[in-house]
Design a protein around this ligand. Sequence first.
Ligand code: WT7
Length: 655
Amino acid sequence: MSELKKPVFKPNREFAAQARIKNMCEYNALMDWAKEDYEGFWDHFAKEKITWMQPYHTVLDESNAPFVKWFEGGKLNVSVQCIDRHLDTRKNKAAIIFEGDRGDNQVITYRELYYNVNRFANMLKNNFGVQKGDRVVIYMPMIPEAAYAMLACARIGAIHSIVFGGFSAEALRDRIEDAQAKVVITADGAFRKDKPYMLKPVVDEALKGTSVVEKVCVVERNGEDVTWVAGRDYSYNELIKNQSVTCSPEPMESEEPLFLLYTSGSTGKPKGVQHNQAGYILWAQMTMEWVFDVKENDTYWCTADVGWITGHTYIVYGPLAMGATTVMFEGVPTYPDAGRPWKMVEEYKINQFYTAPTAIRVLHKSGEHEPAKYDLSSLKVLGTVGEPIDPPAWKWYYEAIGGGKCAIVDTYWQTETGGHIVSPLPGATPIKPACATLPLPGIMGEILDPQSGEKVGVGESGYMCVVRPWPSQIRGIWGDPERFVKSYYGDVKKDGKPVYFTGDGALYDEDGYITITGRTDDVINVSGHRMGTAEVEAAIKKHPNVAEVAVVGKPHEIKGEGIFAYVVLKGEDTVSEEMEMVKEINNVIKKEIGNIALCDDVIFVPGLPKTRSGKIMRRILRAIAKGEAITQDTSTLEDPSVVQAIESAVNSCKM
Ligand code: WT7
């Protein structure tokens, strides 16, 4: 392999001595245990970690694979796992520390969390008629009530589906309809950069086109005026006052659904990824303990939004299941300046800090010297997630933030995996910059050759797979079992049996470490958010002047990848009209999906490179967007001359 060897950083000795997994011998012992007695391994942890209401009789049932069942016969309640069972020993401990955009803050103890969640649960039952199995859409800012709403659903057995607050009314409506949600929980809005922004009007707009939602619960956060629809909209702040602070938890079967979370695939509409009760909460808790190694008096901060899986597993469920103190932040990391996160680390004495490479790059670029102004000595573990981190960003994170003494856990996982699957362990794994290292104990992660199903050799690209089912894995796509099988079990077979394929490419290095190289399908990763090219294309096609469109990802300095659209217009257009069209196209995207999917480049081309059977050759488009030479054979194209025309359109835009 020609690639230069990466430097290796051994775990901090002092840290390792007190860590849950202290060295590679312990890691290997756990992995060997899982390999030799897979069910025994998971049985041990399920018994040790979960407070069962009724014990399970079967650890794993694979008879209907890939539809698997974990811990069948068992009953539990995830809100009990996250709250009630801590009340004996942690009732006055901070469960959530909330910091608002404008620096306001609030500490919620485990006892207060218990009361707030119970009240919320009673309100959902009494005032909104929510019953076990009902779907509830949560469209909320980053405020504690978002966590109460999730846990209240869990308490009564309702299935929540959080929609990220940056999604548009159309995107929200699609998700509401797909899940057939009868209640939406939202807020008037919240604050960003000291200014109010609104969510409730987006809900109003979304609900205009659908009749599935019966009631809307509105939490007051920014106090701005909102419109009320009589008989549909109700104020949380009013209703919550009269609720009882006790609510008996619904005993849930291990495999009943806990939540849905919509994510993008390579084709079609977003898919409702379903996670169930026991397996999900077990792995959320185990990875919190192993990967972040949070201790009883630690304060842990993950900067994600609850609208993404990271917010579910590593702001709410994982930290609370283990009884930790989790920080929730409403604002943006660069406001009032790029020292904000470091100021918060100093103020709250944060011990574990978890964020995305995009945020690290922004904070590095716009505030290289900010960290030096603050006392960051409380930090023990730094985490990254969502996309490959580039070595310069890694180095700054390691040195300027971690002071060269903190492990960086480059956690690789996805919405579908529920929790981390490949990651260093901070007290055990020698780390290398920008490398997710090794599968976690119990996760049978392998890089396979898609043709032969064999493990690839050192330096050879292959597909990142998991060859055995694991407790926190996706259980289905809401309403579409066929798509579930096709999306994850269609591409790679090992020993003749389909195995879970993540959609990512990866490589082994000479130490057997895994480096994730990125998606192998038509999914773009913009600032750690997954966007399907098909979804963006479908939005752009809604513009009446667009004849054809193809979207690809293009490397972007801050966002990791940016969105690059090739558009064929109907009829002839002049340059000035094209400039107007770029604006209009982005307006359509804003309306159909939201600002997160806006295009970085829109190029008007006379045609798209298609094969004679009509398939768009995106590889050519990706190469042109990157400014690379075309290496593929273009003779199979229906009209090979189109490639040159596209290249010159792109080049003329660069001038
Ligand atoms: C996709 C999953 C996992 C929570 C946030 C995103 C990419 C994720 C890493 C990493 C390289 C990564 C993959 C994956 N990804 N973590 N540490 N190194 N790539 O969740 O929206 O489901 O996206 O993010 O491509 O498939 P998601």
